[in-house]
Design a protein around this ligand. Structure first.
Ligand SMILES: [Zn+2]
Length: 499
């Protein structure tokens, strides 16, 4: 008899459902696993034999062949132990051999027959869900990783013996714990700082508000110690909270990458050091690991002292800055990594850090060389470039007179996002917010054209200015774009004078 059950293996940030078939035939005792297992899966034979025996169950004599399909996917790790053991027990009739597509099995086995947790369990469960598998048997120690998922039940057990009992007699064996829910429950973390802790800097706060509302990438240029890093660190506090499905997606990415992050509605924040390699930034390898851009998905990527990063590393950012994802090919298969983040870069205006702010000691050629490390195509992808003036902040604060508590700003950002979103398009998860059609009055249109000719702006730059103006309009609760919004959008591109 052939015993069948379903397991899942992690494959980078993806997961693959594996159908496990076990056949016990006559012949000399032998136990082989076919279907592209890696060494950890092959070694699992010894663990599975001990676990079955130590659970007080009978390990079949004879020739055991286990087949893992699809055969084209390499099976990594020990997470298939439990599924293989169950398939074997089903083949001998120890547990009923129902080919049910309802329960998946995900746990490693210890020699004693205890269930051991596996990494990236949430991604495995999401893959189960896609295949209409609505229950997963997992290890009890995994419990803290289990997020309630819609129409899905986690059934954690201590040991293989208990799982076998449950499958033999589900009516009388009650699982020790069951985790199920209608919607994943996530918390809001409040340890992200607040804009009100930063005195002044109203112009920068305004620019970051625009960046958050319109999902614009932004560079902050200022002398050392002007507070550009401090304000960047507080940027997530003004961003809208994630929806529970977005939070789930983010949590699954972080869990699969082995990064401890509490299940949270707060957008992720990543601030890697400038010694980061290109691979560390964009990810890669086989199996694929997430880089910083993917860990920052749905959140913020801060590159502090941007020009300290390798130019090749910065150039690798170009693709995700525009397409909000990364396409990778490995082993003949392509993978797409999500990378929908807002970039905040901070940098000094010149090597001494004072040009445009105080007395600069750098020669023009040194400054030109310094800026040449940022390529034109990279700058093209950044909509907002703002000077952080340490001295002028007080004056601007009183001019604008806005409340600068993050909570208050976030509400305005949320309202602006709503105003910007196209009501006619269902924007599914993973796609960029589709914008409402643009309405611009005549004066604004003429001003934009004059600026375009005068400043010799590229098409991309013109489009960027228009989009920023539209975001400003949404924040200012304007139905149409007027000259004021074009003027402000133009002023927020101060790199035109620098580069
Ligand atoms: Zn200088």
């Amino acid at each position: 008899m052939i015993g069948v059950c379903y397991g899942a293996v992690a494959d980078g940030l993806d997961a693959t459902i594996v159908k496990v078939e076990a056949d016990v035939g006559r012949g000399l005792p032998q136990f082989s696993i076919v279907g592209l297992p890696d060494s950890a899966v092959t070694e699992s034979r010894l663990r599975i034999r001990s676990a079955i025996q130590n659970a007080g169950l009978e390990f079949p004599r004879g020739r055991i062949t286990v087949n893992l399909s699809p055969a084209s996917v390499r099976k990594h790790g020990a997470g298939l132990d439990l599924a293989i053991a169950i398939a074997i027990l089903r083949s001998t009739g120890w547990v009923p051999n129902v080919i049910d597509r309802v329960v998946g099995f995900c746990a490693e086995l210890s020699l004693s027959g205890d269930l051991v947790q596996v990494p990236g369990i949430l991604n495995l469960a999401l893959a189960f869900q896609k295949h209409h598998i609505v229950q997963a048997v997992v290890a009890i120690p995994q419990q803290s990783d289990l997020i309630p998922l819609p129409n899905f039940t986690w059934v954690p057990f201590h040991s293989l013996g208990k799982v076998a009992e449950f499958l033999r007699d589900p009516a009388t064996t009650i699982p020790e714990v069951v985790v199920q829910g209608i919607e994943p429950a996530f918390l809001e973390l409040e340890d992200e700082g607040d804009f009100s802790e930063v005195a002044g800097m109203e112009q920068v706060k305004r620019a970051l508000t625009i960046a958050a509302a319109g999902r614009h990438h932004i560079l902050l240029i200022g002398p050392p110690g002007c507070g550009k890093t401090m304000i960047s660190e507080r940027f997530p506090s003004i961003m809208p909270r994630l929806s529970s499905m977005e939070a789930l997606e983010v949590y699954a990415i972080h869990q699969a990458s082995g990064i401890a992050r509490q299940p949270s509605l707060t957008p992720p924040f990543r601030m890697p050091h400038h010694t980061l390699t290109t691979a560390g930034l964009i990810g890669g390898g086989a199996p694929v690991t997430a880089g910083e851009v993917t860990l920052a998905h749905r959140g913020v990527l801060v590159l502090d002292e941007l020009l300290e990063f390798q130019r090749t590393t910065l150039d690798a950012l170009r693709e995700p800055l525009v397409s909000k994802q990364l396409r990778m090919t490995r082993g003949g298969r392509s993978a797409i990594l999500p990378a929908d983040f807002i970039l905040v870069g901070t940098l000094n205006p010149c090597p001494c850090g004072q040009r445009g702010f105080a007395d600069c000691r750098c020669t023009d050629s040194i400054v030109t060389r310094y800026w040449s490390r940022l390529s034109g195509p990279f700058l093209d992808r950044v909509d907002l470039v703002v000077h952080v003036h340490p001295n002028r902040t007080r004056q601007n604060a009183s001019e604008r007179g806005e409340s600068s508590a993050s909570r208050v700003i976030r509400r305005r950002v949320e309202a602006a996002r709503l105003a910007l979103a196209n009501p006619d398009s269902a924007s599914p998860l993973g796609h960029e917010m589709e914008r409402r059609p643009l309405v611009m009055n005549r004066a604004a249109r003429e001003l934009l054209q004059r600026a375009g000719t005068g400043l010799q702006l590229s098409r991309r730059a013109m489009l960027s200015i228009t989009r920023v103006a539209q975001t400003i309009g949404a924040l200012d609760e304007q139905e149409e774009i007027r000259s004021e919004q074009i003027e402000e959008a133009l002023a927020l591109r101060s790199h035109i004078q620098l580069s």
